[in-house]
Design a protein around this ligand. Structure first.
Ligand SMILES: Nc1ncnc2c1ncn2[C@@H]1O[C@H](COP(=O)(O)OP(=O)(O)OP(=O)(O)O)[C@@H](O)[C@H]1O
Length: 341
């Protein structure tokens, strides 16, 4: 896609809502070199990223610490200006028209609240309403929905500083949605939350995406968020996009394995000679055989059943955490900091 196409096609009315082309962000920092010397260095936080997100999509954006996720989100919201490349959100260049775009987007940073610390939640929302000039009916409708689905009723009169992390996060998500944004960016929305709060937040996001068609881009370190919410996942590592596709597709490129667990009639030596599979664990009569996730289990099962006294079997899918971990290790680190000048 050329730059002109990014400009021309992504006007926010068509199916394409977000478009990035060759986007870069280089930070210039001073680092200590010895006791007194300081040298200038470049940190290439985002290194030529391109993707498109359609209106109404919910996409996961994952990667190890320092990969460039937050920097990408900050560029999408206009907080940071890219060092190179092009970004269009609803046809708008975020860093040039941040205020115009602000009316169409909501942002939640899990590590930071946008609410007023000393004000009751209710007053914070009223301020948001005034800031965005949200018509009263729209505000009421959105607030009622959030209060109901996020169970905020008992919290509305409490000052934000008194809320637990989970309560505050639910409060923040509601604040980001009061002005009917078309796109919602969430940076670690479930970080530090307990299991119940996580489930509630996920259920709410699913509901907002499904019923309002809000486009959602979500960064997280909790892969259950992605498994439960996103059909599409983008993986960033060292500032580069290393995967963009279905969650299931990660198994193929991650070189992951499925496991055939077999119960034999009795304790036997490790199973050998099954094409495409290897025994990875033996515990009494139970044995575990690993085989590539991209292959069918049928020939492995048939080969075992033919030669060993099989009582029972099951197939375990690869653990997505393992797949991602393997992927991060495989993408070799590239030099990020050019020669000090
Ligand atoms: N303002 C800044 N000045 C200098 N370097 C920065 C700045 N912001 C980010 N970086 C660097 O850019 C790189 C990418 O950081 P970023 O916060 O985007 O990563 P991330 O994927 O969000 O990581 P995490 O999962 O830990 O939040 C890191 O090396 C980080 O130290």
């Amino acid at each position: 896609m050329t730059a002109d196409q990014v400009d021309g096609q992504v006007d926010g009315n068509g199916p394409e809502f977000i478009a990035l082309e060759g986007v870069e962000k280089v930070f210039r920092v001073r680092r200590k070199a010895g006791r007194l010397r300081r040298v200038k260095q470049e940190v290439r936080a985002v290194d030529g990223i391109g993707f498109r997100i359609g209106r109404g999509e919910m996409v996961g954006y994952i990667g190890p610490n320092g990969a460039g996720k937050s920097t990408t989100i900050k560029m999408l919201t206009g907080i940071l200006v890219p060092s190179g490349g092009r970004i269009r959100v609803a046809g708008i260049d975020p860093s040039k028209e941040r205020t115009r775009l602000a009316r169409r987007m909501g942002v939640v940073f899990g590590q930071r609240t946008t609410l007023w610390w000393d004000l009751p939640l209710r007053d914070s929302y009223e301020l948001v309403r005034r800031m965005y000039r949200v018509p009263y009916d729209t505000y009421r409708k959105n607030l009622d929905r959030c209060v109901e689905l996020l169970d905020l009723g008992p919290l509305l009169d409490a000052p934000v500083r008194q809320l637990s992390l989970g309560q505050r996060m639910r409060g923040d998500i509601a604040a980001a949605l009061l002005h009917d944004p078309e796109v919602l960016y969430l940076d670690e929305p479930t970080i530090g939350l307990d299991v119940i709060s996580k489930a509630r937040v996920r259920e709410f996001l699913r509901e907002v995406n499904a019923t309002l068609g809000t486009t959602i881009l979500l960064t997280t370190h909790d892969l259950t968020d992605i498994e439960q919410l996103c059909r599409r996942v983008m993986v960033i590592d060292h500032g580069r996009l290393v995967y963009d596709g279905a969650l299931d597709g990660l198994h193929g490129i991650g070189g992951s394995e499925r496991t055939l667990v077999v119960d034999l009639e009795r304790e036997l030596p490790p199973i050998e000679g099954v094409p495409g599979a290897r025994t990875v664990k033996v515990e009494g009569p139970r044995q575990w055989l690993a085989f590539p996730a991209t292959q069918s289990a049928a020939p492995v099962v048939a080969a075992v059943a033919e030669r060993w006294p099989l009582v029972d079997l099951s197939v375990r899918e690869p653990d997505i955490e393992d797949v991602i971990a393997r992927m991060y290790t495989r993408s070799a680190p590239k030099p990020r900091t050019p020669e000090a000048r």
